[in-house]
Design a binder for this molecule. Structure first.
Ligand code: LLP
Length: 735
């Protein structure tokens, strides 16, 4: 059998050669190449193959009907665009009639019915043949896939270009302080280079809303031409082409509006020889909105009286660095571990803890309260490495659920060294705690006493009870974390406590031996605590079988370097002389863990909106909710310290909640997309309060050994399996 003859001699062979050559061009293209170069090479090849004098490839923007890229060779951009449009309109590949060239053939490039662009080739000397047309459609099959390949690369390139450009405008703003004119001049010069524009003009609207003074860069146009360009520009609220001024040839002018919050700030006009594409428009749009914000920001600054106090210390200067968490050269370290390197290994967001700092803080407390039992409040951080180390160093645990008791025991705690507190313990939890022999039950109401009494009777044990007493004092702290006042749900009033202690004989299986108080967390001074201890002592005095006082936690931690707060020793100085006759228990959480931890996050995006520079991190309220819940301040510092002018930034998370904001108007040196940031003092009430809201995955927790160098992931990052771990199949669920 012989193959049927090819429609034209050599058609197959020619087609294969062309396909192969185009393939080769595509194969040399990788993610580091500039896609435009690929199309330049393709066009060159086609011109040679078809002995064409000129040619063009026009590509549409993805999902749009608009040309985005024009590759032209031997032909002007305008002609290229016209011819390619004609090729796209034609129903099939073919000869295109046109006023420019003697012979033109063109072909729309499509993929699965979707138009991607067009290519055209022109000759003056000799008409194209049917064979040429056939070969052009062969080429089209290769070029369509090249376009798809290039689009992916282009997206990345555009995005990077855009981010770089935005960042550059920020830098210009910072460099120019509050000198608006100098900012505009620098902007014009920068835009001129970026777009290879021969003319860049900016005019801000004057008090009457008309174009004001011009800032011009490039081509010397007569003043009246410039005025006319801006009049036109000013009439447009979006990107628009402008009429080329008389006397100017071969140039295209466009205008971009400067509009912020619906207020017209001015216009930018660009002129150059080649056409502007959609991606130029997009880039210009990003630049203009950055310029808007810069102008608004400057005006706000100017509006402030000259002698206005500095808004704040920079977030870096006021960050509460410690011996463990500090910069070494310009790299933020936790002990001897460089956080940038660590983040590269473990990803972000991630919690990092210094076990050395945990140990140091525990020792500091022990030094302040040498003869007391120290029960670490596991609610603030139940990381296994932290629990294990504290337990090894001699700490007991303050637990508020059976879950925490379980974690404490798993980390090596003896049950008798565990205090079980909590305003709403369930029967199940109490049963678990009694049967495991938990050391203390800090009870909060009489029914709880009755329940434990029954459970203990069944179990045959006599657990120790401390009554949580509400001393009705007002602690100096945030209202959400004050617990010892009249309106708090916590503890028992003096009357209720006395009522219970007076009839302790009704609960034969309970040993009432302690009074417990905890008036709040992050206590700003020692006075409320001292007062509360005095009240507790008065109560205890009447019940001589009370031998132990548990004074709770609450020792404060500086979240800013400039904050001055009482140290544990200050509390001890007030309290210890009062409680000599009693065994003392303290339940610190925050003081031990807070400044031993940082939350690492990466900058995903930077946005300029509403006159603010918004830095979007990959960590949010799902990882650290304290700022949103208590308006808590956490210093946020760059992991790599950079010099540069400070500017106010608003730092937010990615969660779909307006409240997902860490800080507003904090002063930071320049921040860039991709930068690592550390949110400090997040070792307490950080990871434990993390959630899966928005189906986000809870971050890993990394512990750095007390030697300062070895680190390990003590809790891995959650994955999608974790998200569905508790789901049941529908039918199972119904059973
Ligand atoms: N003991 C009891 C009975 C407590 O309720 C607490 C904390 C502590 C000890 C430990 O307090 P610390 O030493 O950590 O201040 N989520 C809030 C804090 C809630 C505190 C709850 N109770 C925050 O992020 O600030």
């Amino acid at each position: 059998m012989t193959n049927p003859p090819a429609p034209y001699p050599d058609a197959q062979d020619d087609g294969l050669k062309l396909t192969f050559a185009l393939d080769q061009i595509r194969d040399t293209f990788d993610e580091r190449s500039e896609p435009r170069e690929m199309f330049v090479a393709i066009l060159d090849l086609l011109r040679t193959h078809f002995a064409a004098e000129a040619g063009a490839i026009v590509l549409l923007e993805e999902g749009m009907d608009e040309p985005d890229t024009i590759i032209n060779n031997g032909i002007s951009q305008g002609e290229a665009l016209d011819l390619c449009r004609a090729a796209m309109r034609a129903t099939e590949p073919g000869i295109i009639d046109n006023p420019y060239w003697a012979y033109t053939m063109g072909n729309e490039i499509t993929l699965r019915g979707q138009p991607l662009g067009a290519m055209i080739l022109v000759r003056q000397s000799e008409p194209f043949t049917t064979h040429d047309l056939h070969m052009l459609s062969v080429a089209e099959k290769q070029v369509d896939s090249a376009i798809i390949q290039a689009r992916t690369a282009w997206k990345l390139i555009h995005r990077t270009r855009e981010l770089e450009a935005i960042y550059h405008v920020d830098r210009l703003r910072d460099e120019t302080g509050s000198n608006e004119r100098s900012l505009l001049e620098k902007f014009a010069a920068y835009v001129g280079t970026l777009f290879s524009a021969d003319f860049v003009g900016i005019s801000l609207t004057d008090a009457d809303g008309a174009p004001g003074e011009f800032v011009i860069n490039g081509r010397g146009l007569p003043d009246d031409s410039i005025a006319r360009l801006f009049e036109q520009a000013h009439g447009h609220a979006s990107f628009s082409g402008l009429a080329t001024p008389t006397g100017v040839t071969e140039a295209v002018f466009i205008s971009a509006p400067l509009i912020t919050h619906g207020i017209r700030l001015g216009s930018v006009v660009l002129g150059r020889e080649s056409l502007f594409t959609r991606s130029d428009y997009r880039l210009m749009d990003a630049l203009c909105s950055q310029l808007d914000t810069a102008i608004v920001h400057m005006r706000q600054l100017q509006a402030q009286p000259v002698d206005a106090p500095a808004t704040d210390l920079s977030s870096v200067d006021d960050a509460p660095f410690t011996q463990s968490i500090r910069y070494v050269s310009d790299a933020l370290h936790v002990d001897d571990v460089r956080l940038d390197l660590l983040a590269n290994e473990v990803g972000t967001p991630a919690y990092v803890y210094s076990l050395k700092a945990i140990r140091d803080n525990f020792q500091a407390l022990r030094a302040a309260f040498p003869d007391s039992r120290i029960h670490f409040s596991a609610k603030c951080n139940n990381n296994p490495a932290i629990l294990r180390q504290l337990i090894e160093d001699g700490a007991g645990i303050d637990a508020v659920s059976a879950g925490e008791i379980h974690l404490a025991r798993r980390a090596g705690a003896h049950s008798e060294d565990v205090v079980f507190a909590g305003v709403g313990k369930t029967v199940g939890e109490l049963y678990y705690a009694v049967s495991r022999g938990v050391g203390w039950f800090n009870i909060e109401n009489e029914s709880e006493a009755a329940t434990i009494n029954v459970i203990a009777g069944e179990h045959g044990s006599r657990p120790r009870i401390a009554i949580r007493f509400n001393p009705e004092v007002q602690a100096n702290t945030h209202k959400h974390i004050a617990t010892g006042h009249t309106y708090a749900k916590f503890g028992m009033t003096e009357q209720a406590a006395r009522g219970l202690l007076d009839k302790k004989e009704s609960y034969p299986n309970l040993r009432f031996e302690g009074i417990h108080i905890h008036i709040g967390s992050q206590l700003g001074d020692t006075s409320a605590t001292t007062q509360a201890v005095q009240q507790a002592l008065r109560l205890a005095h009447d019940y001589p079988f009370i031998r132990t006082l548990d004074i709770g936690g609450g020792f404060p931690v500086a979240y800013r370097a400039s904050q001055s707060l009482p140290a544990p020793a200050d509390f001890a100085a007030q309290i210890l002389p009062l409680v000599r006759d009693y065994t003392l228990i303290v339940e610190p959480g925050r003081y031990i863990a807070a400044n031993a931890g940082v939350l690492l996050a990466r900058v995903l995006y930077i946005k300029h909106q509403g006159g603010r520079q918004i830095v979007i991190l990959d960590a949010g309220m799902t990882e650290l909710i304290r700022p949103m819940l208590y308006q808590a301040h956490h210093a946020i510092v760059p992991v790599t310290r950079r010099d540069g002018p400070l500017s106010p930034v608003t730092i937010v998370g990615p969660v779909c909640e307006s409240t997902d904001q860490f800080a507003e108007d904090v002063l930071l040196p320049p921040v860039q997309v991709g930068d690592l940031m550390a949110i400090l003092t997040t070792g307490a009430y950080g990871s434990v309060m993390a959630s899966n809201y928005n189906a986000r995955l809870r971050p890993p927790e990394i512990a750095i050994d007390p030697d300062g160098t070895k680190w390990r992931v003590t809790r891995r990052r959650e994955n999608w399996d974790d998200l569905v771990r508790t789901d049941l199949r529908d039918d199972t669920y119904r059973l």
